[in-house]
Ligand binder design. Structure first.
Ligand SMILES: *[C@@H]1O[C@H](CO)[C@@H](O)[C@H](O)[C@H]1NC(C)=O
Ligand SMILES: *[C@@H]1O[C@H](CO)[C@@H](O)[C@H](O)[C@H]1NC(C)=O
Ligand SMILES: *[C@@H]1O[C@H](CO)[C@@H](O)[C@H](O)[C@H]1NC(C)=O
Length: 501
């Protein structure tokens, strides 16, 4: 868990530095702040002896010299350690910052201790708050973290905010966000076009509710990873930049500024292109039709606009990392190649595509691209819009306030991709529900755990409109699917491959 993680990190860095000092023949006071202070060098020791009986001020002067030598040595150690650490795989950015500082080792260590203490205090305060809220139990469950990029640690569950402002009121949203955060979720995903089904009156509310919660709860901004998206071209959402027409530099910049303004934030952690500015089979389509290609903005221009925003700094609002969504292998590779061509252009860190028991299309070509290029999958619709919970399969067709019932006929993606009249979707789902029953698993646990175990998945993006739904998803973190269960799942998959592509 994050809270316990920091002091541990510090301890690890202390042990590493202790070892590296020992090798250089310096005395090391283990466990103390003076970890990096060495004993005097030999010639100075001799000098110190002969000076022993002289006046105090002379001693002082000598001490000062020793200090200088120590500081020099410490500086060198700091430099060497930095080099070593930068090489070491998987070293946390924060550690690098502490160990690689050019200040004297002692100063660095003191600063590190100060920082750790500050962290501890913050942690204590937060723990007290959580205890007050009586939600310690939930916090105990913990959600693991994943290093999506240097200095970008995301929880393996990400709360999607697509329902905030339509199915969920502001206070509903606060409750869900509180519950998620207290359970260890630090990762929240939104989009300029949310909530869904999209309409002019509600557009932007999801971002706004998320931002109001952060402000209202006084959550330190760096405790959160906020992701949002710019809408690709769409003829129907005329209320977004009159189209939105395209992803040219002006539209991307405008979208970033608008999101930052709505969220009253200095920066967005992960900014994603919601869907490509070019024809691609999407939201349930599987076959590419060359005739449908249309004029689109070059990936060079899109990437340049995003890269510029990343470097813009706080003054004009900025983004930290960039990702793609609803992309194809071609698109992902193209973005990566363009980034390689121009040193000023940023590399994509994540791909947000659909992945679930009912949609494993990622595994065919995209998985290879992501693996080879170190791009992580942020898997959306892990429950196939709730279908995999089994709620739509009761004799009455499920709760009337469930999304696919509530928005029937006015939610294009729901109606086509997650079409409950499609017999393959129904039959495949029934089979997965049977597996869950046979092994005594909650269907939600089965579905979420299946996605979480994928080696390329950084985080699973899920939605919840009720607290108990969120709890079911959190529970999935505690289970691990056996090879027997996986084998059964794979048998169903070969009979019904990707009914919700
Ligand atoms: C890490 O990210 C935070 C923003 O979340 C930023 O304030 C901080 O300066 C970053 N640290 C480094 C070492 O880049
Ligand atoms: C978005 O792109 C369209 C088409 O190029 C352009 O007419 C419009 O001015 C752009 N909108 C913004 C806000 O820059
Ligand atoms: C849903 O599936 C049924 C049965 O296959 C089909 O007739 C209908 O057109 C589909 N609806 C949509 C919106 O794709």
């Amino acid at each position: 868990m994050r809270w316990a993680h920091r002091p541990f990190q510090f301890l690890v860095s202390a042990v590493i530095s202790a070892r590296c000092d020992a090798r250089r023949g310096l005395a090391v006071a283990l466990g103390s702040v003076s970890l990096c202070l060495g004993v005097p060098l030999k010639e100075e020791e001799v000098a110190a002896k002969s000076e022993n009986n002289k006046k105090r001020n002379k001693k002082k002067k000598q001490k000062k010299n020793q200090q200088k030598v120590k500081e020099e040595e410490a500086k060198n150690i700091g430099r060497r350690r930095r080099k070593k650490k930068q090489k070491a795989e998987g070293v946390k950015e924060e550690e690098r910052e502490i160990a690689g500082d050019d200040e004297s080792c002692r100063e660095v260590q003191v600063a590190a201790t100060g920082k750790a203490m500050e962290e501890c205090e913050l942690e204590r305060r937060w723990r007290r708050k959580r205890e007050e809220a009586g939600e310690m139990l939930e916090a105990m469950s913990g959600v693991a973290l994943f290093n999506l990029a240097p200095n970008l640690s995301v929880s393996r569950l990400c709360l999607g905010t697509m329902t905030f402002g339509e199915q969920n009121t502001l206070s509903d949203s606060y409750r869900l966000l509180d519950q998620a955060f207290h359970a260890g979720i630090n990762f929240f995903d939104s989009a300029e076009m949310y909530p869904v089904p999209q309409r002019p009156a509600t557009c932007g509310r999801s971002e706004e509710y998320l931002a109001r919660w952060i402000k209202q709860r006084h959550i330190p901004r760096d405790r959160l990873v906020i992701a949002t998206k710019v809408a690709g071209p769409s003829a129907q959402m005329t209320w977004i930049r009159g189209g939105p027409k395209c992803l040219d530099a002006a539209n991307i910049t405008q979208a970033i500024d608008d999101s930052l303004l709505r969220m009253q934030m200095d920066y967005i952690d992960l900014y994603q292109i919601h869907w490509p500015d070019r024809y691609v089979p999407m939201f349930g389509e599987i076959e590419y039709d060359p005739v449908r290609q249309y004029f689109s903005i070059s990936i060079e221009e899109q990437l340049e606009a995003l890269s510029t925003a990343v470097k813009a700094g706080k003054a004009s609002g900025s983004i930290r990392y960039i990702g793609l969504s609803n992309e194809t292998p071609y698109g992902l590779m193209k973005f990566i190649h363009v980034a390689e061509k121009y040193a000023s252009h940023l590399k994509i860190v994540s791909l947000q595509n659909s992945y679930s028991l009912l949609c494993r299309t990622f595994d065919s070509a995209m998985a290879e691209c992501c693996h080879q290029e170190s791009v992580s999958l942020l898997a959306y619709s892990p429950l196939a819009m709730g279908i995999l919970s089994g709620k739509y399969f009761s004799s009455d067709g499920g709760p009337t306030n469930a999304r696919l019932n509530l928005f029937k006929g006015r939610y294009a993606e729901g109606d086509s991709r997650y079409n409950l009249s499609n017999k393959f979707i129904r039959e495949a789902t029934m089979e997965y529900l049977n597996i869950a029953k046979k092994y005594g698993l909650h269907p939600v646990s089965l579905a979420i755990a299946f996605v979480l175990r994928h080696p390329l998945v950084a985080s699973v993006i899920f939605g919840a409109t009720k607290s108990w739904q969120l709890r079911e998803v959190l529970n999935a973190c505690k289970i691990e699917l056996t090879s027997e269960v996986i084998e059964e799942i794979n048998m169903i998959h070969s009979r019904f491959p990707n009914p919700c592509p």
